[in-house]
Design a protein around this ligand. Structure first.
Ligand SMILES: [Zn+2]
Length: 247
């Protein structure tokens, strides 16, 4: 564990978590999970610390996310992406990530890998890795050695990305529903909408048609778009949603 001046290690000098790859992608076997995860906590937990344990995702979500940043650095973007997407198998959506305030109670253990997948999704929305990196580093300067609330972190990320992330954070941190993209299509037209979303949730979804990249802009309302060869669509797995084809 990451406690300052009292670090403990119990991973038996094995790669993965006690020899297991949490992601099932194979990439988790390439590093000692505990060394990387607990080192990540030097930034998220020991530098930026929650005020109330209800907001513990600020420690564990970002630190779980740091595992794939480590992979990104050493093994490349595909490895990091396969790892974080693979850890979705650990997400239970049993309770909200944020717990009840003022009663010393944390939220769901989803704070780890749902938190990490939420941040990985946000990186996609930003479409600017250099800026994303500077935002994460900037966060550690802005809140250096402070105790914070999730609201401070959420506001910081909205301001720095220039995206109003209010509904985005409500969806992933305060609800257990995962946005579902429902769609129907013929050869050149896609009709789609979101279900299982909180009020005002309108996150774009990146799709690929062959080599071509395109962003769908779903909301609660059905929408139709003409897109050549849409039947070959692949939804970008990096964005944490569910998809249901209706026809
Ligand atoms: Zn941790």
């Amino acid at each position: 564990m990451e406690h300052q001046s009292s670090i403990t290690y119990g991973n038996k000098y094995q790669n993965g978590y006690l020899g297991n790859d949490l992601s099932g992608s194979g990439w988790g076997e390439t590093f000692d999970f505990i060394i990387i995860h607990e080192s990540g906590h030097e930034w998220f937990a020991n530098n930026i610390t929650y005020k109330d344990i209800a907001d513990m995702w600020v420690h564990e979500g970002f630190t779980a996310y740091s595992e794939n940043l480590y992979l990104n650095y050493h093994q490349g973007k595909t490895a990091s992406s396969e790892y974080v997407v693979g850890t979705r198998n650990k997400i239970r959506n049993d309770r909200p990530v944020i717990g009840p305030y003022g009663v010393n109670k944390s939220g769901s253990s989803d704070m780890y890998y749902k938190g990490a997948n939420m941040l990985h999704t946000l990186r996609q929305l930003l479409e600017d890795d250099e800026k994303w990196r500077s935002i994460l580093r900037g966060m550690n300067a802005e809140f250096y050695h402070q105790t914070v609330t999730t609201a401070q972190i959420e506001n910081y990320l909205s301001e720095q990305t220039g995206i109003d992330l209010t509904a985005f954070f409500n969806q992933y941190l305060r609800s257990t529903a995962i946005p579902t993209l429902e769609y129907k299509m013929d050869e050149n037209t896609i009709t789609y909408r979101y279900t299982d979303i909180v009020a005002d949730f309108d996150m774009p979804v990146r799709i690929y048609i062959g080599e071509k990249e395109h962003w769908l802009l779903p909301s609660m309302e059905w929408k139709s778009e003409k897109l050549p060869n849409i039947s070959q669509m692949v939804v970008d797995k990096n964005i944490y949603i569910r998809t249901t084809r209706l026809d």
